[in-house]
Write a protein that binds this ligand. Structure first.
Ligand SMILES: Nc1ncnc2c1ncn2[C@@H]1O[C@H](COP(=O)(O)OP(=O)(O)O)[C@@H](O)[C@H]1O
Ligand SMILES: O=P(O)(O)O[C@H]1O[C@H](CO)[C@@H](O[C@H]2O[C@H](CO)[C@@H](O)[C@H](O)[C@H]2O)[C@H](O)[C@H]1O
Length: 558
């Protein structure tokens, strides 16, 4: 665990003059920041060979309550350099606290320190109430704070109620350990009302989440997202605007749809030993509702207003197809290598699935060629981009969709590319498959059920749920609709995105949850079977490829 007392930073300067003390900054960069960042969940560079940590910028945010000079935070931008590959920038707000404060957890303390003979601690400012208040104040008053390099611009969105501009606020850090940090603001007598996400890993771009959430709040009537209440942007002197944070309405939720689906699956599995196939009607209703909400989100993102070029629908150009193919082929190659390197560590079922996946290489190549050449008249729009059950909050009987940042592995430029909305649909279908597979392979509810039987009933559950979701989705979009040319294109594109997603997931599971590798492999297998069906049904195809040995998978018991 990180030990904040291991170093003591001493400066003759006051805290407000931190940046003038080059020795103190050097000490921070060499002895404090490396162990501290490596202890943070949001720091993504832990597995890379780190070369240096540099305080690149330190923007000042004064605390308004009193005028003491030490009363300010620094929004520090830390540049991290690595032995190979690109550098990264992280946002680390810093505050100096002179008195011990019980609300600051050990994981928020960087070091003990002495500034101008005043002892205290340097802490992550999100844990300092003064900083949180200052953020709220600047945001609701749409302040601009001039900095040595560029300016900090605070925007207010439509989701912020006029009455709350001068209201007394309380605040806290939401205890979710994720890739960003979340602050919550309460308005007296109304409870917790606003949710502010501070982005940690920064990109030289406006975050896609701000673009999508502000568009949906201010330019559409889709209200199944938390309304956009504002953002914090660093406008650089030269270069693009960098999004540092975004505020939305706080959503009261019981849990997310991943947990809810897990509960539904528990009910389902309890009945299996009694040879009952039982899915409550309310489960289908929920899945249908999610299909409808997904469709409504896409209809809201489908925008033909010529003044909104960033959201205008686009065709399946050759350029887009090449981009997807390049990305997919790179991914495929990396995944084959990962599988080869980790093959002996896989359990027997995963090994068999991996084998069929590798055997299918030529068939997948043929399918990719098909995607390159096939006439496609469906359209592409901005989409959620990282859509799965964990991104849907359950509020009473309805849903609220969150986290529009896009896929964590992609660059920001890639995340802003328009895709068929079927990419989101594929993400959600994969997620239902994950939910049932995770139960099937690893929970106490399934212990003692004969594996082949369990596999059969789980597949039945998945197909029913998938079709219920898809039917409700397509019905909501309506037919005909320019987004989808016809059923044949819908089926084909869905296979493209399902395959891409499952291949992506394969890498995630090998790296993070090896016991779950068979889940995406099974997903890949399902797509391969569908591709094979298309091949067999098409008399014009003169392919020499042999049929796959998928029979390998059927008879063996675990
Ligand atoms: N508007 C909101 N209101 C209430 N809770 C929220 C809201 N947005 C997100 N959350 C909670 O915070 C968690 C992290 O949010 P998310 O947007 O997924 O951040 P990250 O990008 O860091 O994963 C979510 O899983 C959810 O529990
Ligand atoms: O949540 P993130 O945006 O960081 O996404 C990563 O982690 C996800 C897991 O938390 C992972 O999602 C996969 O597992 C989910 C169940 O845990 C499942 O619902 C998703 O369908 C499946 O893709 C995601 O792939 C990864 O990028």
């Amino acid at each position: 665990m990180f030990d904040s007392t291991a170093s003591n930073l001493t400066s003759q300067q006051s805290w407000a003059n931190l940046m003038q003390d080059h020795d103190a900054i050097r000490l921070l960069e060499t002895t404090v920041l490396p162990p501290y960042l490596n202890s943070c969940r949001w720091f993504a560079g832990k597995a890379r060979q780190q070369a240096y940590f540099r305080v690149q910028f330190a923007h000042e945010i004064p605390y308004r309550a009193d005028a003491e000079t030490s009363d300010q935070a620094f929004l520090v931008i830390v540049e991290v350099g690595y032995a190979d590959g690109e550098t990264e920038s992280y946002l680390l707000p810093l505050s100096f606290v002179e008195r011990a404060q019980p609300e600051i957890p050990p994981k928020g303390i960087l070091t003990t320190a002495l500034f101008d003979q005043k002892p205290g601690r340097i802490v992550d400012a999100i844990y300092d109430e003064r900083f949180r208040r200052a953020l709220y104040f600047n945001l609701v008053h749409q302040e601009t704070l001039t900095q040595q390099s560029g300016q900090l611009r605070f925007h207010r969105g439509r989701g912020l109620a006029a009455d709350d501009i001068d209201a007394e606020v309380s605040s806290r850090v939401l205890p979710v350990d994720s890739s960003n940090s979340a602050l919550v603001f309460g308005i007296s007598s109304q409870g917790e009302k606003y949710f502010l996400k501070l982005y940690r890993k920064l990109f030289q771009e406006t975050n896609p989440e701000v673009e999508l959430v502000s568009f949906l709040t201010e330019k559409s009537n889709f209200d199944h997202i938390p309304a956009y209440a504002g953002s914090v942007v660093w406008e650089q002197e030269t270069g693009a605007d960098v999004t540092l944070g975004m505020m939305q309405r706080m959503v009261e939720n019981r849990h997310d749809s991943w947990n809810q689906t897990g509960d539904d699956l528990n009910d389902f599995l309890y009945a299996v030993p009694n040879r009952l196939f039982s899915v409550k009607e309310e489960v289908f209703e929920r899945v249908e509702l999610l299909g409808r909400r997904t469709g409504q989100m896409h209809l809201a993102l489908y925008n033909s207003d010529p003044d909104e070029a960033a959201f205008a629908p686009e065709p399946f150009s050759d350029e887009y197809r090449e981009f997807i193919i390049q990305r997919f082929e790179n991914l495929l190659e990396r995944r084959y290598n990962l599988l080869i390197d980790n093959y002996v560590k896989l359990d027997p079922l995963a090994q068999r699935l991996a084998w069929v996946f590798m055997e299918a290489k030529e068939m997948i190549d043929e399918f990719v060629d098909d995607f390159r050449n096939r006439p496609l008249e469906s359209l592409r729009i901005r989409i959620h981009g990282d859509y799965h059950l964990g991104q849907v909050l359950v509020t009473g009987k309805d849903f609220i969709i969150i986290d529009f940042e896009g896929e964590p592995e992609s660059s920001i430029a890639e995340r802003k590319i328009k895709h068929s909305p079927l990419k989101d649909v594929a993400g959600m279908i994969r997620s239902y498959h994950y939910a049932v597979s995770a139960k099937l392979f690893g929970s106490t509810e399934t212990a003692g059920i004969e594996p082949d039987h369990l596999q059969r009933v789980s597949e039945r559950w998945f197909k029913l749920i998938r079709d219920t979701y898809l039917d409700a989705y397509l019905e909501t979009i309506g037919s005909p609709h320019p987004l989808f040319k016809n059923n044949s294109e819908v089926n084909f594109l869905l296979l493209v995105y399902l395959l891409e997603k499952a291949v992506y997931e394969l890498g995630y599971e090998i790296s993070y949850r090896p016991a779950w590798v068979k889940i995406p492999l099974k997903g890949i297998m399902d797509v391969i079977r569908e591709i094979e069906k298309i091949r067999i049904a098409d008399p014009t195809r003169d392919s020499e490829l042999p049929l796959l040995q998928v029979g390998l998978l059927q008879s063996k018991k675990e």
